[in-house]
Write a protein that binds this ligand. Structure first.
Ligand code: BDR
Ligand code: CA
Length: 300
């Protein structure tokens, strides 16, 4: 099965793995990568997307820059907290220099243009704040029938404080998760933080050729800076988008807290009339890392 796909991202170390995973997956027909502020400023995440386009051998795949800030309020998040000022834990120089053009249309018009021309439903994978996706659906509602599914990494049901992607732009998240009607799968922290990697896995990635070795170098540096195990959050969304059903999901009507206070950005399940979102609640965790490694090896 071929899966036409666009990835909206804020690379980001785990975004970098997710992009490489998409590039390495034979089912994926990658149409574009669009960028958003998040793990770093949008200028930085765009430069990192260009680096990754080269590293993954994606040729002239369109890369377009999107939102530099949230829809309504300034971002409350410290962007350098997890991924450093360069978004790649200070190791951006392990990747090729940013090169090649950035698409002149910009993220949202590019997504709309590609969707209008799509001959088959396109899967949108959103692995950063949802600002670009909210704008796409608000400004270009006519493209909604061309979207097969939106797969989102975000949220932490029942948890506090808010997960990073949703907390970075709660109004955008409410627009996409609550107010829209496009088929959507949410891959929350509840599942992704259980899928951690260990040094044995990383050794295998490093041995899988020069492209993967560069990726492994960044991940290893990032792991050393943390006191908690590292999870490949965004890769789980790409994997589910690529092989539907990889994650076990359950339909839920959702709410996103937009009031100011300690719950701002929280995603909650409710009993409201909103269309249900498929929320990932479980997975065969032992097989996920093996699936990702198996696919990355194709990048040799
Ligand atoms: C999410 O936040 C970001 O820091 C990661 O790239 C991922 O998309 C996890 O909460
Ligand atoms: Ca991300």
């Amino acid at each position: 099965m071929t899966v036409p796909m666009m990835i909206d991202t804020d690379p980001g170390v785990d975004d970098a793995v997710a992009l490489m995973l998409a590039a390495a997956s034979p089912e994926v027909q990658l149409l574009a990568v669009t960028t958003v502020f998040g793990n770093a400023a949008v200028e930085v995440t765009t430069a990192n997307a260009l680096r990754l386009r080269t590293l993954a051998g994606l040729g002239n795949l369109p890369v377009a820059a999107g939102a530099a800030r949230p829809l309504v309020y300034p971002s409350p998040q410290r962007t350098d907290r997890w991924h450093g000022r360069d978004g790649l834990c200070g190791q951006a120089e392990l990747l090729p220099e940013p090169s090649g053009p950035v698409n002149a249309l910009g993220a949202v018009p590019l997504m709309a243009t590609l969707l209008r021309g799509a001959v088959a439903p396109v899967t949108l994978v959103a692995i950063g704040p949802l600002t670009n996706i909210a704008l796409l659906l608000a400004v270009h509602p006519e493209v909604k029938p061309r979207i097969g599914r939106i797969v989102i990494m975000g949220g932490n049901l029942g948890g506090s404080p808010a997960e990073f992607n949703i907390g970075s732009d709660p109004e955008a998240a409410r627009r996409v998760l609550v107010e829209e009607d496009v088929a959507t799968t949410l891959v929350p922290l509840n599942v992704t933080q259980r899928a951690t990697i260990d040094s044995a896995w990383l050794v295998e990635v490093a041995a899988a050729g020069a492209r993967c070795a560069a990726l492994a170098g960044i991940i290893e540096h990032c792991r050393q800076q943390r006191s908690t195990p590292m999870a490949l959050h965004d890769s789980l969304a790409v994997l589910e988008a690529t092989v539907p059903g990889t994650l076990t999901t359950s339909p839920m009507a959702l709410q996103v807290v937009c009031e100011h206070g300690c719950d701002r950005g929280a995603v909650q399940s409710g009993n409201g009339p909103e269309r249900p979102v498929q929320v990932a609640c479980d997975a065969d965790l032992t097989s996920l890392n093996a699936m990702i490694l198996h696919r990355l090896r194709a990048l040799r």
